[in-house]
Design a protein around this ligand. Sequence first.
Ligand SMILES: NC(=O)c1ccc[n+]([C@@H]2O[C@H](COP(=O)([O-])OP(=O)(O)OC[C@H]3O[C@@H](n4cnc5c(N)ncnc54)[C@H](OP(=O)(O)O)[C@@H]3O)[C@@H](O)[C@H]2O)c1
Length: 291
Amino acid sequence: MRLIFPPSPERDGLLPGPGRDLAAAGRLTPARAAEPGVAGLIDAIAGIYRYPASDGPWVRANMVQSADGAVAVDGRSGGLSGPADRLVFSVLRSLADVIVVGGSTARAERYGRIRRHEVWPSLRTGRDPVPPIAVLSRRVDLEPDGRLLAGWPAATGDRGPARTIVLTTGDAPADRLAAAQAVAEVVVAGRHEITAKAAVSALAALGHRRILLEGGPGLLGQFIAEDLIDELCLTISPLLEGGRAGRISAAPGSGSENGPHRPASTATGLALAALLEDDGFLLARYLRQTG
Ligand SMILES: NC(=O)c1ccc[n+]([C@@H]2O[C@H](COP(=O)([O-])OP(=O)(O)OC[C@H]3O[C@@H](n4cnc5c(N)ncnc54)[C@H](OP(=O)(O)O)[C@@H]3O)[C@@H](O)[C@H]2O)c1
């Protein structure tokens, strides 16, 4: 993996240790944290993605897309990913206080609570060992005994301490709400709708300032519409999807696929803060342009 921007003359931007050849290193997970060179690589990546010092909440979105702009292959994002994307994904999760997803993504991507072996322990010093997942859902169509709310079955390992947060509305079905309340932290953050602003405030009230938004497009579109995205981490996968998948954000009211309603564009300027390359994958870190 190479750091292309900002330019670093040192070793042509090559990241240290197994970061030089991630494809050969295979799946580099926190389970391999003690292997030679891995700590230096994780420090280097965490340095590139360090959250800025800020007293208020900071919303970082992390998405992956194909070279032709698709957000999924056959309805899921896994087909777009690669070794570098998976590694940065795990580092971003490790740096976050909370990971936020929409209900559709939680279902499509089969989200579960984060387990200890999925985050880098060196990046969690002084904090809970794992960040919680917060899911925005009106319908609360989430299995109360599934791995997102109840946790992973004991047989598959560590359940982790972080209870899942369900951000929902006063309109949520009462029976589903009660079932979720028995196992998760449920916050009613709006009457019929949760605005992105209300979601951020609710998470900040729970002590979560470094917010990692993992999508999907509907949720990201809502945060963009409310001008609440501070940062976008975007992986461009060397692949042409060529199908009907939508793009990484969908404006509220338009549906995830490019729907019939075409709301006016909002244009938020971004500044490139970092660009990494690995095996044809480009990993960009953009910050909201200020001033
Ligand atoms: N490429 C990537 O990086 C990436 C990342 C994430 C997801 N994806 C893909 O994106 C697709 C899913 O995205 P999506 O756009 O359809 O859905 P989404 O953004 O994940 O979730 C939309 C859902 O979130 C809940 N929600 C959204 N706004 C809300 C509000 N204001 N108040 C209360 N609840 C709210 C609702 O959940 P309920 O239906 O539960 O009420 C809604 O159906 C999947 O195919 C997934 O694989 C790709």
